[in-house]
Write a protein of this length. Structure first.
Length: 261
């Protein structure tokens, strides 16, 4: 940031266009971007450059996407993120990677259903309510539980409703009170992907539609569910990518105002 840019920012504060807090945030972001943080890669990793300031910027530390990483790479990255933040989440990983992570992070937990590794040694705080994850079928549970775990680690108390797909709508009708009491819902479905539209027509809260790759034939690995959700006529429905339980859980927690900070 040049001296002129700094002066312009201060003038915006003087005229009331932005608050002092907003100006401080702008100046800090630019300052952080303008120099190399010596903590970025404390272990000298030659395959990754860790973003240790992500939690400060957005309230959510860097999460490790485990797919396509070797167990050793996953373990080294996860250990360094945990050392900086006292919390770490690895998605779409393996039990072999967990065994290596567990050597340097003894409190790490392997969640077999969601295929996630996580550890959390931060001081406990009150959880925010209002997030509900709804899974159409039992086969959708691994992705649904990834969303639950993400939102939980971000500071939410999450309700999970399972096996209420459109093939038996009476099962969903028995949970109407839970749906209408929610502040945001993540609705998980594969196959024809109809459930988010049904839920979107019943509730006031925003609905995050989460397509899964569950299905066969013309489900095309979740593409059919994705397109159905994108074409929903129900109001208030947004869509994340196929099997992106982390993204859906993150968005739900953000809507209710939760962060890891």
């Amino acid at each position: 940031m040049t001296e002129l840019d700094i002066q312009t920012t201060l003038q915006r504060v003087a005229t009331g266009e932005i608050s002092p807090d907003e100006a401080a945030r702008i100046l800090k972001l630019v300052s952080d971007a303008g120099h190399t943080d010596q903590r970025q890669d404390p272990a000298g990793l030659d395959f990754a450059t860790l973003d240790h300031k992500r939690g400060e910027r957005v309230g959510f530390p860097e999460v490790v996407y485990g797919l396509s990483k070797t167990p050793k790479q996953t373990a080294e990255i996860a250990a360094r993120i945990f050392d900086e933040n006292q919390v770490v989440l690895v998605t779409k990983s393996s039990e072999e990677a967990f065994e290596l992570v567990n050597q340097s992070v003894p409190t790490a937990i392997w969640d077999e259903s969601s295929r996630a590794i996580w550890a959390d040694e931060r001081p406990q705080k009150s959880l925010l309510t209002g997030v509900t994850v709804v899974a159409a079928g039992t086969s959708d549970l691994p992705i649904a539980k990834e969303a639950v775990l993400t939102a939980t680690l971000m500071g939410c108390e999450v309700k999970l409703i399972t096996d209420v797909g459109v093939a038996g709508l009476h099962r969903l009708s028995s949970r109407i009170d839970d749906l209408t009491d929610s502040r945001v819902l993540v609705v998980v479905a594969g196959m024809e992907g109809a459930l988010p539209s049904v839920v979107g027509g019943l509730v006031k809260a925003p609905v995050i539609a989460l397509p899964t790759s569950v299905g066969y034939g013309t489900s095309m690995g979740g593409v059919t569910a994705l397109l159905a959700m994108l074409n929903s006529c129900a109001p208030g429905v947004s869509v994340v990518n196929i099997d992106n339980g982390f993204g859906a859980g993150y968005q739900a927690a953000s809507i209710v105002g939760a962060t890891w900070a």
